[in-house]
Design a protein around this ligand. Structure first.
Ligand code: NAP
Length: 217
């Protein structure tokens, strides 16, 4: 699959690397061309760099991996070019400086706001619940057990692409309803991060690994 990646930070790097390993091709794009080029070089074979609209044109799927404060500005810039595409939204509308408050609570989720700025595109909420450190594991497991990755999507194509991209990183997809439920995943991320920061162990905060003993090697 051709995957456009918008953002050049931790999540772009971690997920881009996983999808390249699975045989996909990626084009990375951020607001700083030097960072896009550097990430593409780090990712190696199968990766290219370009501008934001190169990523939207290239990708059958476009991963949106931008900081909360930039998400809607980026969408205003590229949303019109995403008709017919699947947008994978891994963003979390969390304000770290305000005790990890989910800033969209009580209103539309970030995923729904993204969808509103991308007419004709399908938005999938996924990959927002685990840290980039976990997504860098090859495969991303906890004690050898695969992660379950809940995702929200409205359409058939979005659900199929989500299943494939989750399976391709070695995880188990879990359909979690339509995009109207994405806010639950965003709130769960905010709560989970807040608990981790309070010192609660990963195993308690992250009940997303398949139960049971680690599979035999
Ligand atoms: N890191 C995690 O563990 C994790 C896990 C799950 C979900 N997420 C979510 O995934 C998203 C990306 O996180 P990350 O850790 O990859 O962040 P990051 O390493 O800080 O990278 C953020 C990216 O967003 C870009 N950006 C920031 N503000 C922007 C703006 N106003 N306009 C355009 N681009 C802007 C940055 O560009 P510059 O480098 O030029 O500033 C950078 O490319 C966030 O929404 C986060 O909540 C993160």
């Amino acid at each position: 699959m051709r995957i456009g990646i918008i953002g050049t930070g931790e999540m772009a790097d971690a997920l881009g690397r996983q999808w390249l390993r699975a045989g996909h091709r990626v084009l990375v794009a951020g607001r700083d061309p030097a960072k896009s080029a550097a990430l593409s070089t780090r990712l190696g074979d199968g990766a290219r760099a370009g501008k934001l609209l190169d990523a939207t044109a290239f990708g059958e799927v476009v991963l949106l991996a931008v900081r909360r404060t930039g998400v809607l500005d980026v969408m205003r810039a590229v949303g019109g070019a995403l008709a017919g595409k699947v947008i994978v939204d891994c963003t979390n509308p969390i304000d770290e400086a305000d005790d990890f408050r989910v800033v969209t609570l009580g209103g539309r989720s970030m995923a729904e706001r993204i969808a509103a700025l991308a007419p004709g595109a399908e938005v999938v909420k996924a990959f927002n619940l685990c840290s980039s450190g976990l997504w860098r594991r090859e495969p991303p497991t906890v004690d050898g057990r695969p992660l379950v990755v809940p995702f929200c999507a409205d359409g058939f194509r979005g659900r199929e692409r989500a299943r494939r991209l989750i399976t391709d990183v070695g995880c188990d997809p879990l359909p979690f309803g339509g995009l109207d439920r994405a806010g639950q995943l965003e709130a769960l991320a905010g709560t989970g991060i807040r608990l981790l920061v309070a010192g609660i162990g990963l195993e308690s905060v992250l009940p997303f690994a398949q139960p049971g003993p680690a599979p035999r090697a």
